[in-house]
Design a binder for this molecule. Structure first.
Ligand code: HEM
Length: 444
């Protein structure tokens, strides 16, 4: 529901209340209502006043909307804390114990006209105009049918993952005993979902599924399973995967993961950590002030029926999807933007954007975090209408903390000079800047 429709609803409610109040006033105090007409006139003046305010707010919102892409409204998903301060409500269950839910994931419809040759990656461009960069959770509701996105970059992701599983699977894929049932449940969910959603790529079999493109067969019934179930899951999708398990302290711990194409972080550094430490150990900007409470509450409240997504973006100054070696070797004790070469030519600048989803598995209660990375040369996305101007504005809006986190000092000058030039070319070509909202709304 938009803010505008919410306002219209509120306005209708006020009008209804005024009429009701008038009627009940006349009914209760017929003698004290001096004249029916004068009370009615008061009500009419009040209604006119409410309508005038509504008109002003509507005009203001519309003028803002044409100048700026919309922002997803997610206040209900991002409530910071319970009314009892920081004490989490138990919600009628013991922390760390999940009573299995009856919820069954709905069978998805096939993705329209999907093919491994022709379906292009969705063009996520989740950056907003300045002047201010707001750190928020940025969650939006999504449907189960949209859980996993596959496209014609699948062959590259499949090959990179297979190679990295061979070379460093023991570092990138892990499942703790407490998370094993959840990892098996995730494998079962994918085995049901993928053949229904992408029937030209996957076929359901009596024991699992077949990949019709790679000719791999997966038997998920055999025990013991031939490999860590989360590693098998990783072979099936383009996403990296993590499972968070609630412990009796009500915190969520990273206890299973297949993190093969992360770019900037390593599963071995974060494995076993609770949600807060995962983020504070990486100096995520404004985590304590803006994100922590909302995130912890969100995890405790998440139901199997719900699913959410969020998008982010980074710049990278090398072309490696799996690991951005510019910030250091993947096996170095410490990695940092300070080691990256400064001012590399713009041909080496890559746009990296993650589309993340969160859902709770109904049987085990584990929370599955999917991280699908979209990866393109900056020179490619800067050809798209509005993108160079909006990205330049977004990069300029980063505060010192966000700039440090995203490594701006290493590439900012080269990048901004290039984006400004491309934006100028688009304006000179006649790009109508006032139509951006119509053409590309967030997160596109
Ligand atoms: C409501 C859910 C979550 C929110 C709102 C959130 C938010 C964030 C934000 C704002 C960042 C900074 C980069 C960015 O802009 O995305 C970040 C980084 C990160 N998040 Fe999350 N996150 C969530 C869940 C998770 C989960 C479940 C994991 C488990 C693996 C996770 C792992 C990480 C890691 C590893 C980083 C990089 C940290 C580093 O740079 O060392 N996040 N997160």
């Amino acid at each position: 529901m938009t803010a505008l429709t919410m306002f219209e609803g509120a306005k209708a409610q006020v009008s209804k209340r005024v009429s009701e109040a008038y009627v009940s006033c006349v009914a209760k105090f017929p003698d004290q209502v001096g004249s029916k007409e004068s009370a009615y006139a008061t009500a009419v003046v009040f209604l006119l006043f409410v309508t005038a305010i509504a008109h002003i707010v509507r005009k203001r919102r519309l003028s803002q909307a044409t100048a700026r892409p919309s922002t997803p409204t997610t206040p209900a998903l991002e409530k910071a804390a319970s009314k009892n301060g920081d004490a989490p409500k138990t919600q009628g269950r013991e922390w760390g114990k999940w009573p299995p839910s009856d919820f069954r994931t709905p069978k998805p419809d096939p993705y329209p006209d999907w093919s491994v040759e022709h379906t292009k990656p969705l063009p996520y461009r989740p950056f907003r105009y300045g002047p201010k960069y707001n750190v928020t959770m940025g969650l939006r509701s999504m449907k189960h049918v949209d859980w996993i996105e596959l496209d014609n970059h699948y062959p590259r992701y499949h090959a990179d993952k297979a190679r990295r599983i061979k070379e460093r699977g023991h570092k990138c894929c892990r499942t703790a005993p407490e998370a094993y049932p959840a990892a098996v449940e995730l494998l079962e969910e994918l085995t049901d979902y993928l053949p229904a959603r992408y029937p030209s790529l996957y076929r359901r079999t009596a024991v699992g599924l077949d990949n019709l493109w790679s000719r791999e067969s997966f038997d998920i019934m055999t025990r013991p399973l031939p490999e860590d179930p989360i590693q098998t899951c990783a072979r099936l999708v383009q996403d990296d995967l993590a499972i968070m398990i609630e412990k009796p302290d009500s915190q969520y711990y990273l206890l299973a993961g297949a993190v093969l194409l992360p770019g900037f972080w390593r599963l071995e550094d974060k494995y076993g950590m609770p949600l807060s430490e995962i983020h504070t150990s990486g100096d995520v900007p404004q985590f304590r002030e803006k994100l922590e409470k909302g995130m912890l509450n969100f995890f405790r409240r998440l139901k199997p029926e719900e699913m959410v997504a969020r998008n982010n973006y980074f710049l990278q100054v090398d072309d490696d999807l799996g690991w951005s070696w510019s910030i250091g070797s993947e096996d170095a004790p410490e990695v940092s933007w300070s080691t990256a070469e400064k001012n590399r030519a713009v041909e080496h600048h890559y746009f990296r954007s993650e589309r993340q989803s969160l859902r709770r598995l109904p049987r085990s209660g584990g929370v599955v975090f999917t991280i699908r990375t979209y990866f393109h040369p900056i020179t490619e996305i800067a050809q798209e209408d509005y993108v160079p101007g909006r990205l330049a504005s977004a990069v300029r809006s980063w505060g010192d903390d966000v700039s440090r986190y995203k490594g701006k000092e290493r590439y900012g000058e080269v990048l901004l000079e290039y984006l400004d030039k491309k934006h100028q070319e688009q304006v000179e070509r006649g790009l109508d800047l006032s139509r951006e909202e119509e053409v590309r709304a967030y997160p596109y």
